[in-house]
Design a protein around this ligand. Structure first.
Ligand SMILES: Cc1cc2nc3c(=O)[nH]c(=O)nc-3n(C[C@H](O)[C@H](O)[C@H](O)COP(=O)(O)OP(=O)(O)OC[C@H]3O[C@@H](n4cnc5c(N)ncnc54)[C@H](O)[C@@H]3O)c2cc1C
Length: 367
């Protein structure tokens, strides 16, 4: 087997790229170490379609979020992928936070998120009578989506145009050879298999720094865990929009916030804690008191006993503890070899725009 393009990793990023690059003529393989697609970071996140407010102006995170968000809504509409444009409130719980909210409005406008609007306490009370806030930035273009339905769609679209996927197959070596790269894999039974590929896209999520190292390129992921706590089902549908406090300094996390799923269930989190081990998903139930204390300030209807440890996810961050903002890396580090590193939030939202960027990189230019 020889491939024109090999994509390493079948998460939202690899699958979006596969859908974008497949054309019925290109010999494309997607290689995934798990037994099915979509079991990595893409299955452990908030499923929020971000508007693109927080990111430094001109950053890839900011630009690809804004572009990806609209592409995503279009796809969702056209292919009936479950989603909802819920809207989001970034709230001040006291007058002292209003300056911060106003500066987020300015950041949003700089980033081209022009639909945002500052709203008063009275307007908040009409929109969300059960939350407590003195003012807010309202983002009508934030929403939620079924990440799994989206990944299924991308996989289907790629396969329809000839892409093939090999699950349960781990890439453990990549070597530059004449005309491309030799990719060595091993399946779950321990069988080894090698093939050559003219071009390679490294979309291995948490492990993409390790794949990059195979071609001699050094990146270092820091793993930053986010725990979620769910709010009892009886409180379901009490709030209709996502509600975020003003973010933490240095954008390590966005603070304990309220997200919804498509069934109207309420969830708090994720928080942000750097961890040493790569896949340690156990939620620290002892954080429940802290989550409750942070959330009850703006969600006065919740009780301590409503809060139960839920799931967690792990971010592949280039930004280490105490460091400042780091952008996505989407880089053709060797001819025909594109690395995607540090693809944390808003990776889900940006996925279709990231896919377009990878396509233009491989076609010799970036738009
Ligand atoms: C807690 C949390 C909340 C988030 N919330 C949001 C949000 O609300 N909105 C948003 O836009 N973004 C969000 N994100 C970010 C988003 O989830 C990620 O950017 C996105 O899912 C990354 O997708 P991926 O395809 O790069 O990684 P993954 O989904 O992890 O896919 C990578 C794949 O590569 C495979 N792989 C790894 N190594 C190998 C190998 N050697 N051989 C073969 N296969 C390999 C893995 O098994 C995996 O399936 C969040 C992230 C986290 C952690």
């Amino acid at each position: 087997m020889d491939a024109d393009i090999t994509i390493i990793g079948a998460g939202i990023i690899g699958l979006a790229i596969a859908a974008e690059l497949s054309d019925g003529r290109t010999n494309m393989y997607i290689v995934e170490k798990n037994e099915t697609h979509g079991r990595g970071i893409s299955s452990r996140n908030s499923e929020v379609i971000h508007a693109g407010i927080y990111y430094p102006t001109g950053s890839l995170k900011g630009r690809l979020c804004v572009e990806g968000r609209e592409l995503l809504y279009e796809l969702c509409r056209e292919y009936k992928i479950p989603h909802r444009r819920t809207g989001k409130l970034i709230i001040a719980t006291g007058e002292d936070e209003m300056g911060e909210v106003a500066s987020l409005e300015a950041a949003a406008l700089r980033n081209g998120v022009t639909s945002v609007e500052m709203i008063t306490r009275e307007r908040i009370a009409e929109m969300e009578p059960h939350i407590r806030a003195v003012g807010a930035l309202y983002s009508p273009d934030t929403g939620i989506v079924s990440a799994h339905a989206l990944m299924d769609y991308f996989l289907h679209a790629a396969r329809e145009k000839g892409a093939e996927i090999a699950c349960g197959t781990e890439v453990n070596e990549v070597e530059p050879v004449a005309g491309g790269y030799m990719i060595s894999t091993q399946n779950r039974e321990g069988e080894r298999f090698s093939f050559t590929s003219e071009r390679v896209v490294n979309a291995a999520g948490l492990y993409s720094d390790r794949i990059a190292a195979m071609i001699g390129k050094t990146y270092d992921h820091h793993y930053c865990k986010g725990d979620y706590f769910s709010i009892a089902n009886v409180k379901k549908d009490t709030v209709q929009r996502l509600v975020y406090p003003v973010p933490e300094k240095n954008h390590v996390g966005l603070g304990v916030h309220l997200t919804l799923d498509l069934g109207g269930r309420l969830k708090l989190g994720p928080d942000a804690t750097y961890i040493a081990r790569i896949e340690e998903y156990k939620v620290d139930a002892s954080k429940a008191d802290r989550f409750y204390a942070a959330a009850v300030k703006f969600l006065p209807f919740i009780k301590r006993e409503d809060i139960v440890a839920d799931m967690s996810g792990i971010r592949p961050k280039l930004q280490g503890p105490g460091e400042t903002f780091r952008d996505f890396v989407i880089s053709e580090d060797k001819p025909g070899f594109v690395n995607l590193v540090g693809i944390e939030s808003p990776g889900l939202t940006a996925a279709p725009a990231i896919a377009r960027r990878v396509k233009s990189l491989l076609n010799g230019g970036v738009s």
